[in-house]
Design a protein around this ligand. Structure first.
Ligand code: NAD
Ligand code: ZN
Length: 390
């Protein structure tokens, strides 16, 4: 699984890839330079690699490790190394891509590899990848020798708009999502939108689900902006990244440990995570954003039943998500399993299923207890409304 020596192999790509990567660096975008995420910077804009080089110059790290998966090794590492000289001697740790590898078993391999390669408390881990690499790399760094520094260089839309910021790290336990983890902030986050050009359309769309979530909890003006974007166009999606990060960051700053307001960011995730766990258990291909998109339709339905969301806004949300995402199968025969998975959700208290719901687009309520019958009703709504012919 690991290829600590794949560093040499990666170098073989550098010369070829560096040229194409530098070509796409030209495209300018509307970006902020840096925002403070409560003690660490999130860097975006034209000079991301310059900022990263500066950070590494002043960091006095004893050694640097870069965590990649097989896709980011191929698509992202060569461009990074070509542009950031200080990373040219870094050790590369490679994992297999995919949610099924966000596991404690892979963490064990990573902790061992770090030890064998001489990592010490002044080592730095660079997480170069999507939410899987970021969540797991952050957890490995937070726990190795009681904690070493790490930075995130998110390479998927989902991780650029959401997962790389906010300090949640962790892994799945079997099929239970994010069951083991810690809150631990990176030293910095470096967002380079050019990484998105090698991402598959399906992965881009998955990231767009988190953007939709931000719009639904944040307000009508962002919702309007999000609705006007072509979700298949990287250049247009990249324009949404600063807004999404600002929305997430503002909420996280007010409630870093998810005691209250931060639960807003879980809209769509009570049902979405259950669908994702169910898919993991049954080897069904379902991306995080695809599960969350279905979860948002169901939870919007529940919102209209008990939280005051108007039927007009419910239809608007349903139609918009339905236009973009393929339908998720919600088999009637497996509903009990899904409810059981929902009872595991970390937001629950005393065995009840709690959820974040919408009062209207841009206004949410957290910790709303959801009746199981109503959740099943929302599945019925989903089946009825979501076109099955796509
Ligand atoms: N920590 C948080 O706050 C938070 C928030 C939201 C989601 N998450 C987690 O994030 C994970 C999902 O993240 P994700 O969607 O980024 O998944 P991912 O990390 O699995 O990446 C998706 C796929 O894209 C590939 N890839 C990554 N960058 C690429 C690039 N530039 N070009 C080509 N291919 C590339 C990966 O190898 C993978 O196959 C889930 O585990 C979810 O629970 C965490
Ligand atoms: Zn999510």
């Amino acid at each position: 699984m690991f290829a600590a020596d794949c560093y040499r192999w990666a170098w073989a790509f550098v010369k070829v890839k560096a040229y194409s990567f530098l070509c796409i660096l030209r495209r300018g975008m509307e970006q902020f330079e840096s925002i403070d995420a409560g003690g660490y910077p999130v860097i975006n804009g034209e000079n991301v690699f310059g900022h990263l080089s500066g950070f590494l110059e002043t960091g006095s790290y004893s050694s640097i490790f870069i965590l990649v998966d097989d896709n980011t090794l191929r698509h992202c590492l060569p461009g990074l190394i070509a542009n950031v000289e200080k990373l040219q001697d870094a050790e590369i740790l490679e994992i297999d891509s995919g949610e099924e590898n966000k596991s404690i078993e892979v963490c064990t391999q990573l902790w061992s590899a770090l030890g064998e390669l001489g990592a010490d408390r002044r080592s730095l881990l660079v997480n170069l990848g999507g939410g899987v690499v970021g969540d797991m790399g952050g957890f490995v760094a937070a726990t190795f020798k009681r904690g070493i520094d790490f930075i995130n260089i998110p390479t998927t839309l989902l991780s650029q708009v959401d997962a790389s910021v906010g300090g949640k790290t962790g892994v799945d336990l079997g099929s239970l999502k994010n069951e083991v983890g810690v809150f631990c902030d990176p030293k910095a986050v470096y967002i380079h939108t050019d990484f998105l050009y090698t991402l598959e359309q399906r992965q881009l769309r998955s990231g767009f689900a988190e953007v939709i979530k931000h719009a639904l909890i944040a307000g009508k003006s962002y919702w309007k902006k999000v609705k006007s974007v072509d979700p298949a166009a990287v250049d247009e999606l990249a324009l949404l990244i600063p807004d999404s990060i600002e929305i997430k960051n503002k909420i996280v700053q007010e409630d870093p440990k998810e005691k209250g307001k931060r639960k807003a960011l879980n809209f769509g995730h009570t049902i979405g995570h259950a669908l994702e766990s169910y898919a993991l258990q049954n080897s069904i291909s379902l991306l995080h954003g695809e599960a969350i998109a279905a979860g948002m339709i169901c939870e919007a339905y529940i919102s209209s039943a008990v939280a005051g969301l108007s039927s007009g806004q419910l239809s608007e949300i349903t139609e918009f998500i339905n236009e973009i995402f393929p339908p998720v199968k919600l088999p009637r025969t497996r509903e009990k399993e899904l409810l059981k998975l929902m009872r595991h959700d970390k937001k629950n208290v005393a065995g009840n299923i709690n959820s974040t719901l919408l009062k209207e687009i841009g206004k949410f309520v957290t910790d709303k207890e959801c009746d199981e019958a109503l959740i099943l009703e929302s599945f019925g709504y989903y089946r009825e409304k979501v076109r099955q012919d796509k």
